[in-house]
Design a protein around this ligand. Structure first.
Ligand code: XBP
Length: 256
């Protein structure tokens, strides 16, 4: 098999965490700090264009509260606020673990049992990624991930390719031996720029985005009994996403 690893995005791909967990935690942190800011579902969709929690808060301030000032340097203030947000986020996951998306658990198990590595490339902070993997995947599945590339390990977040390049370097594999699974256009751009063929499972916030560069665009990975819907691309007659389809995608001569 040419396929040596599958690299997963986290938020939106492994679980639908954005609207009901990250967004809620941001709002709780704002309230705790006495800020009157509130990110509703629509506004959050717009803010998701900016990857990374700290970067997202910074963008929000510059766009919606340009005259906002604090008695400490802005980056410190944002860092503090984000720490608080992360605590709320992890608390939220402990209280109501967010379910894995369809097919994720099966695919991780299938990969592990056939010696195909699994890795993570996420914009979210490492502590938050770990919290999700622990609460939603649990043991031993969490330990199957050989490499976790996340958050501030790179300077430039998605859509820059850096986090995928870091994951590839840590895996000691080349892009043509791996497949990425993403849910957003920014994530797709990051993966494709790193040279990876990429499968998209569209999520709550990304349904209307452009995935022209994706190798295959699906509504979800599917299960034997619950077929996926192909939105774009060739599924080679398969009805759910498995390693045989992953292998066909990376060995296909099609560029995307
Ligand atoms: C998702 C993100 C993150 C989270 C917030 O990353 O964009 O910014 O919304 O996480 P990905 P932090 O889809 O690449 O996993 O607050 O931990 O930054």
């Amino acid at each position: 098999m040419k396929l040596k690893a599958i690299i997963f995005d986290v938020d939106g791909t492994i679980a639908q965490t954005e609207r009901d967990a990250h967004r809620v935690a941001f709002n709780q942190a704002f309230e705790q700090k006495g800020l009157s800011w509130y990110w509703d579902v629509d506004l959050y969709g717009e803010l998701l264009e900016v990857g990374g929690g700290k970067e997202r808060i910074k963008y929000y301030i510059s766009r919606y509260h340009p005259s906002f000032s604090t008695d400490q340097p802005l980056d410190h203030f944002i860092g503090d606020l984000h720490l608080q947000k992360s605590k709320y986020y992890r608390q939220l996951l402990l209280n109501q673990s967010i379910p894995l998306r369809l097919g994720i658990k099966r695919l991780i198990q299938e990969a592990y049992s056939q010696g195909v590595k699994v890795a993570i490339a996420s914009t979210a902070s490492l502590a938050n990624v770990n919290a999700l993997l622990e609460t939603s995947l649990g043991h031993p599945l969490k330990e199957y991930f050989e490499v976790i590339a996340a958050g501030d390990m790179v300077e430039k977040k998605k859509p820059a390719p850096d986090i995928y390049l870091l994951a590839l370097a840590k895996l000691q594999l080349t892009a043509d031996e791996c497949l990425a699974i993403e849910d957003t256009n920014q994530g797709l751009t990051a993966a494709v720029t790193a040279g990876l063929k990429t499968v998209i499972t569209v999520s709550q916030y990304s349904e209307k985005q452009n995935f022209a560069q994706g190798s295959l665009v699906l509504n979800h990975l599917g299960e034997k009994e619950i077929p996926f819907k192909v939105i774009q691309g060739n599924s080679y007659g398969e009805t759910y996403f498995n390693l045989s389809l992953a292998e066909k995608l990376i060995t296909s001569t099609r560029i995307r």
